[in-house]
Write a protein that binds this ligand. Sequence first.
Ligand SMILES: [Zn+2]
Length: 350
Amino acid sequence: MGGYGSGRWNWHNKKIQVEECYKWSIYALKPYLIPGFSGASRWLQGEREIASISFYVQGNDYPTAVRLKYTKYSGSKNEIEIDYRVNLTTTQLAWGGVRYWFICPLQGCQKRVGCLYLPSGGKYFGCRHCYDLTYKSRQDGNWERHFFGEMALGLQREYPGITWRDYRDLMDGRQTRRIRELLLIRALQQWQKYDPYEGYLTKEQLLQQSGLTIENLKELEDKLNSKTQTLEDFKTKIEKLEASMVDKEELCAAIFERLSSVIDPETGVDVVRMRLIEDLVADADGRVVYKFRPSSPLCPIAVPLSLMIQEAVASVSGVTGQDMQIVGYIQAEELTALLREMLEDMGYSS
Ligand SMILES: [Zn+2]
């Protein structure tokens, strides 16, 4: 890609002093390095505007170049329109992320630099190597200290202990041991600030946001605990009930077993096979409820048969009481009442 400007112009006789330059550092530009962003920067010398520099950040997903447009007022008050592009490049940072650099746009340079300068008499921004900049204070030997010291001062928070020398090396992209150290310190700083639980609420934040007090929270916790206890109790009850169900099933099976030996004299078949016993259930205490349906509404032996059935049921171990209902029989109600009386006389409680 062709650069702009003509390299060294007529600077041979007189070196430019950096104070006479418009300086643009990548650090100053960094917040605006968003593709599509456009802004402007005025170069003032006292009250006088030497240039108004407008810039446009190019790139799709990330910035790739900055397009510069400005008008320069030459000494003779002629305006010169200047429009060109400064490419950007990146280097990987130790803690992740990237650092942006300008590529010096001057012809044949292509140096990766952190600062570009526009001399008051120049047309294009370029690096200090190209412009061979000198500084006012160079004569006293402290020019670098002054120049980079001020910039280093502004970076103390990000790079604690950074000196003007470090800043100069950083700007020149020198990978010295000291620079690596600074980058490591910076990385550690970032790492310490990193909170993996960021975004989750602490108990205190939760209380604050929900309007609850610590007492409310304790109350809720207690409620939850007691609910858990109730659930435990309930489970125990269910287990007991299930266990007794098994017992009851066994009891009913034993009763049927016993009843299968009670023979209906009229047919010679046992009452279970005759299906004369219906809806037999036992509760956990051993109380048995069932229906006796005589084989016909006028069965002559219904009364003695019902007695035989009741005696058989009562003889099964585990049975503590019984309630027989006679159904489908003429005078069933009377018979039921009569049987109750008889049972009570026999010593069975109903
Ligand atoms: Zn250069």
